[in-house]
Design a protein around this ligand. Structure first.
Ligand SMILES: [Zn+2]
Ligand SMILES: [Zn+2]
Length: 287
């Protein structure tokens, strides 16, 4: 039995330690493959993104680790790339030139406030509320709909290897109940997005960060979304979105057992340079 994880942040962005700490811990925990996915640079102020001039060092560092761990642990060079229409995405020439092993496409930024500050869906709750008021006149349905529209656009136009934390916007509900996941309009938005993902053939991640950070009671996306995803035949990968080496397999047993209960028999992993389905049980993947 072994694990894989392709969503992780090091001190090149907002993670806590240099990449080698994560590789060492991954080997200790019997991982077969591990991927680095620092937040890609964006052309505006972003405190948790990698700086553009760090990219070369990031590549060199991971290349060095790949050589050091060869034959023991497969390591992959990736980025979590923000999709912001017309501004940033996997198709951006800067990202294309990096020849990444894989990419995670995520939507964190939807619209901007009057002073130009980008509105973050998973940032501080007070900033979320400020943007909700300033940009959307406190209309949560309009805000959430725009978030999912942006994800659909990313799936169609950007085609990252993996769709990041699909319903992460729900984390804001833990501070103020803003929308109900059972509302018809919300479920329709999610379902429309899942249909777009299913048609694209892209892999969707099951992200456990909300669980071990206690920001959500379920994975991103949660159970009912994964049930629909399973019915639509959407392939999934399990990732922890680790910002600390101790988080690299956080709540993986729970996530894999949930996927098994839903009916998934395979998860997708990047092995020998290609994404492929592998069998699993709650103790890890069978490769
Ligand atoms: Zn993210
Ligand atoms: Zn992340």
């Amino acid at each position: 039995m072994s694990w894989t994880n392709y969503h992780s942040h090091t001190n090149f962005c907002d993670g806590k330690y240099p990449p080698n700490y994560y590789a060492t811990e991954a080997f200790r925990q019997k991982f077969v493959a591990y991927g680095f996915s620092s937040h890609a640079p964006v052309p505006f102020e972003c405190k948790w993104c990698m700086k553009e001039d760090s990219i070369d060092k990031y590549f060199t560092e991971i290349q060095k680790l790949k050589d050091r761990w060869e034959g023991k642990l497969q390591l992959y060079y990736g980025l979590e790339v923000d999709y912001i229409p017309g501004i940033m995405g996997v198709k951006n020439p800067f990202i294309q030139d990096l020849n990444l092993d894989y990419s995670i496409g995520s939507v964190h930024f939807v619209e901007a406030m009057a002073d130009g500050t980008r509105w973050e869906i998973d940032g501080a709750h007070s900033t979320f509320l400020q943007g909700l008021k300033e940009i959307f006149g406190n209309n949560i349905q309009r805000a959430v709909t725009q978030y999912y529209e942006q994800i659909r656009q990313m799936v169609v136009e950007d085609k990252p290897s993996v769709i990041g934390h699909l319903d992460k916007i729900k984390m804001q509900n833990q501070f103020t109940p803003l929308f109900n996941e059972n509302a018809d309009w919300y479920q329709e938005e999610v379902f429309k997005t899942l249909q777009t993902i299913a048609s694209s053939g892209l892999i969707m991640e099951v992200n456990t960060r909300g669980l071990y950070k206690k920001r959500a009671v379920e994975t991103y996306p949660g159970k009912w979304v994964l049930e629909q995803a399973f019915k639509l035949g959407i392939p999934v990968t399990v990732s922890s979105d680790a910002h600390h080496p101790k988080e690299i397999a956080g709540f993986f047993t729970e996530a894999l057992s949930l996927l098994g209960d839903i009916g998934y028999q395979h998860i997708h992993v990047l092995l020998d340079g290609v994404w492929k389905p592998v069998s699993f049980n709650e103790n890890g993947i069978v490769s």
